[in-house]
Design a protein around this ligand. Structure first.
Ligand code: ADP
Ligand code: G6P
Length: 488
């Protein structure tokens, strides 16, 4: 490991999802923005530092598809190199939809009853990880820093080593790491843990995730020992030594806050408020995913209207959901469930001039999303479980007036950092959320401002560039003295 400063090595980011995805629209290929927190977080990092991003183009490869041609406009503007890993339909089905989305995603979010542990998914996961590692080996040099992102690609360091390719490697998990009782259900638990020990640095969103990992490691490899204090520790297991750290991911604060200040965006925010006749606005923004607690959130709003008649006609709930994993049956069913619940609340409470729930099922342009954030009186972020949840941070960054309230699930990674000044709720407790909303809607201006100021300060300081520097410093430098406990 060299003692190079974090700024000097070329960064090679490896993730399943690239910032753009190819999608077939009316028999023609279109280039769409990749969805989700990983892309939101990593795109400004690469734009700022340059380097390369290796990933899958989002569609199964087809002999007539000219991927490089389709992505050429994006590549010439991006400011970094893009390399794609082609996957066949069978690989997409078994590695992405299967292993990643039907096993690791639900298991790591504590939703084990949704898992389907098919051995063929595991084999496809290994084959695809090998395929990715071959591209990484070809597209990188020994001087590069290889930074692997997320649960789809936990075996990159393992395969690079098995090919005899020497690289400095780091891995960051964007989703939670489960406690041993849950992780132990994974039939391939030993191989997954062992593969993670092959990285030089493994990073998690929270100290609790890091502890969960260490708990699993010690159950499976009792000789494993951790030394050190603070956010980053050194682990020894057999003849391997590697680092483990907690690095809460974040957003480009200035970009969100700056956009919200632009006159045309402020005008859009005003238009949203005016269209709703300046009633209070509660806002939910999510990828449409069963971990986000959207049905429970709608039911909580329903409870608010039933329990507190003073709220009827006075408040709107806007839910913006970006389509995600649409081919998967569970996501299709969730979409139907949400539509039915929205219909039920609106059917029960609407009157001429007031429709309580506004539901948008589409990806919004960045500026429009920011306008909604700045128009909202309450950001309602209630995932059942979440690695971090960037929406919570985006809401705070856009709230330049400082008058909004963040109502946040205690099971989002973001709660570890924002708990002191957000209104924490249990996402399963619909009566509790209704009560919290009612209280938050009655908070005085000074109280709201004081809390939002602190939240914004936390997100501004610990922004995405702070996150990159912390991770790379832990990945590259020899000394670990600069790693205090994560600030809350
Ligand atoms: P996850 O990583 O599970 O998707 P996050 O909350 O961390 O959850 O990140 C979600 C990202 O997707 C955020 O950056 C958010 O702005 C973006 N997003 C969510 N809904 C929409 C939407 N309807 N239109 C555009 N972007 C969206
Ligand atoms: C979360 C995951 C990412 C993933 C994103 C969108 O943010 O941590 O790895 O890319 O969801 O999901 P998708 O399956 O569309 O890539």
């Amino acid at each position: 490991m060299s003692d190079t400063q974090p700024g000097l090595q070329r960064l090679v980011v490896v993730s399943n999802r690239l910032p753009v995805a190819l999608k077939k629209v009316d028999d023609a290929w279109a280039v769409k923005q990749g969805a989700g927190g990983l892309v939101t977080a990593m795109a400004p990092v690469l734009k700022n530092r340059g380097g390369a991003w290796i990933g899958w183009a989002g569609a199964s490869s087809d002999p007539d598809m000219d991927v490089d041609g389709l992505l050429s406009d994006f590549c010439s503007d991006a400011g970094y190199d893009l390399a794609t890993v082609p996957l066949t339909k069978q690989e997409v089905d078994d590695y992405y939809f299967g292993f990643s989305n039907e096993i690791i995603w639900p298991l790591f979010h504590d939703l084990q009853t949704r898992c389907r542990f098919h051995p063929r998914y595991w084999r496809a996961y290994l084959d695809v990880n090998f395929k990715f590692a071959e591209v990484v080996a070809r597209k990188s040099t020994p001087d590069d820093y290889i930074w692997v992102q997320d649960y789809h690609l936990m075996h990159q360091a393992f395969f690079l080593k098995s090919m005899g390719v020497k690289r400095n490697t780091g891995f960051f998990l964007h989703i939670p790491f489960p406690p041993p009782d849950i992780f132990m259900k994974l039939p391939w638990r030993w191989k997954v843990i062992q593969a993670l020990t092959e990285y030089d640095l493994v990073g998690f969103q929270t100290v609790q995730d890091r502890r969960n990992f260490m708990g699993c490691l010690q159950r499976l490899m009792p000789e494993a020992k951790a030394e050190g204090r603070g956010a980053v520790v050194t682990v020894t297991v057999g003849n391997r030594r590697f680092r483990l750290g907690a690095f809460p991911i974040s957003i480009d604060y200035n970009q969100f806050s700056g956009l919200a200040k632009r006159p045309e965006v402020a005008q859009q925010a005003f238009d949203v408020k005016e269209a709703l006749r300046h009633r209070k606005i509660i806002l939910g923004v999510d990828r449409l995913d069963y971990t986000k607690g959207i049905p429970e959130r709608i039911q909580s709003f329903h409870t608010l209207l039933r329990r507190y008649p003073d709220m009827v006609g006075k408040v709107n709930f806007i839910q913006i959901a970006v389509p995600s994993r649409e081919e998967v049956d569970e996501y299709k069913e969730l979409r139907q469930e949400i539509e039915q619940l929205v219909g039920r609340v609106n059917g029960e409470f609407s009157f001429p001039g007031w429709v309580p729930v506004h539901y948008h099922y589409r990806s919004l342009p960045h500026e429009e999303l920011v306008a909604y954030y700045s128009a909202a009186d309450i950001g309602l972020v209630t995932p059942l479980r979440d690695g971090m949840n960037l929406v919570a941070k985006e809401y705070c960054a856009c709230n330049n007036s400082g008058s909004g309230v963040l109502v946040l699930s205690e099971f989002a990674g973001a709660a570890a950092q924002l708990q002191k000044h957000a209104y924490l709720v249990n996402p399963y407790d619909m009566e509790g959320i209704a009560k919290a909303l009612h209280r938050a809607l009655h908070w005085g201006r000074d109280e709201r401002k004081a809390s939002m100021l602190k939240l914004r300060e936390q997100v501004r300081k610990n922004n995405i560039f702070w996150w990159v520097d912390s991770f790379l410093q832990a990945g590259i430098s020899k000394k670990l003295d600069d790693f205090p406990e994560i600030e809350t």
